[in-house]
Design a protein. Structure first.
Length: 417
């Protein structure tokens, strides 16, 4: 059987790490593209069969066949080489071409393979303003090599400060701000991070609601599954390393870390800059599914009975409503007693843990001298303030992040003329 790559809708994936491989799996399931071209940039194993096994097995999510059809389904997934020498595969009816020669994006000939949109999943190229064609390359290299759009699977890190045209390099999260995409001007897009994706879907319903929109301050801790940036066993830190904990064994430790989720989220929800937002990460020895513990404080109102309008049941109903009305179920509300394994592969940006929403309301006293300094000549004021603690699960690999990035990729691809 001969299958040729369709010339109309080819997806390029650069990198075959956790997000690269799972993006392949997502698009094999979604089937919105006619073919996929994956750039690995090097040989894998001793023969092409080693590459095939790498593509089709996963220690977290099982085999590709079970992923596509379920363990009890009798239908089999067809996986075969169409052209073994040129690394052209047929995977479940989808032609998949493997490139293994170039790592610099400028040298990956996307145009030759009719690829117009590339998901860069290497995590290596994070500054969209850099041009380094003669070195290791950059995100702009994909455009020079024939692609029209590039989506990076990580937050941008601009080293020299934002240029005047920084709006040309947006950070977008599907279901939050993807409709703001400007196809004529924006060609390099960041899909943010897994934690930012979950947090965005967790906090946007609060910002959109009349009662909970007046946020005074917020903080989060993400209890985060291990990633490949950590060491399996203790290792020696590289020169200049400031965080020695990253080199401690991920198998044996709970490791305090940092996260840029709150800072990245300001690019997606600009109203966050109006209040303080702190974030940190606690790495734990599991393979996937993480948990955001969001602490958030609102300027509250009282009803006619002097009771706070914001309370636990109010927030629960707010999330229930969003979950009911969402066409794509990006936010789920659960009143089950979940543990992390229950959420592996769950196709949702975030799953709100309904049993663990708690609120307390108190009064902030503003003394008369502070009011006077602000030009307000009254006695002290007592302002009702409600503090809430909200828990949100997210499958930080496939279920939350890759799903949202996959939706974003398909949306942007549909805008290409």
């Amino acid at each position: 059987m001969e299958i040729k790559l369709n010339e109309k809708k080819q997806l390029g994936i650069n990198g075959l790490g956790r997000i690269g491989k799972l993006s392949l799996w997502y698009h094999l399931l979604s089937k919105k593209f006619d073919g996929i071209v994956i750039n690995v940039g090097r040989d894998v194993g001793k023969n092409p069969e080693a590459l095939l096994q790498t593509l089709c097995t996963d220690s977290t999510y099982g085999s590709l066949e079970h992923f596509l059809y379920g363990r009890s389904c009798k239908q089999r997934c067809k996986i075969e080489f169409i052209d073994r020498e040129n690394l052209l595969l047929n995977i479940d009816g989808m032609p998949v071409k493997i490139l293994n020669r170039e790592r610099n994006p400028y040298h990956i000939n996307w145009k030759e393979h009719d690829v117009r949109i590339v998901a860069d999943c290497t995590g290596k190229f994070l500054d969209p303003t850099v041009s380094d064609p003669e070195g290791k390359g950059d995100l702009q290299g994909h455009l020079a090599a024939g692609a029209q759009k590039v989506i990076a699977s990580a937050p941008f890190k601009v080293k020299q400060g934002l240029p005047e045209n920084h709006e040309f390099f947006p950070t977008m999260i599907y279901g939050i701000n993807h409709l703001d995409y400007q196809p004529i001007e924006q060609h390099i897009i960041s899909a943010a991070s897994c934690t930012t994706t979950a947090l965005a879907h967790m906090i946007k319903p609060l910002l959109d609601d009349r009662e909970t929109t007046h946020v005074l301050t917020a903080s989060l801790s993400t209890v985060h599954a291990a990633t490949n940036t950590q060491s399996v066993l203790d290792s020696v830190p590289s020169a200049g390393s400031g965080d020695l904990r990253k080199n401690r064994s991920v198998l044996n430790n709970i490791i305090l870390s940092s996260t840029g989720a709150a800072k990245t989220l300001e690019k997606v929800l600009p109203q966050l800059v109006n209040f303080g937002f702190m974030a940190d990460s606690i790495r734990i020895p599991t393979t996937t599914v993480s948990l955001i513990a969001l602490n958030i404080t609102f300027a509250s109102r009282l009803n006619e009975n002097k009771m706070p309008l914001i309370h636990a049941e109010y927030i629960k109903e707010l999330y229930r409503k969003v979950a009911r009305e969402s066409d794509e179920q990006l936010l789920h509300f659960s009143e089950k007693q979940n543990v992390s394994m229950d959420l592996v592969g769950m196709p949702a940006a975030v799953v709100i843990e309904g049993n663990e929403i708690h609120t307390r309301t108190g009064f902030l006293t503003v003394p008369s001298e502070i009011l006077s300094a602000a030009g307000i000549q009254v006695q002290e004021v007592h302002i009702p303030v409600t503090h809430a603690k909200i828990m949100g699960w997210y499958d930080n690999e496939y279920g939350s992040y890759v799903n949202c990035m996959g939706h974003l990729t398909e949306y942007i691809a549909a805008q290409i003329s």
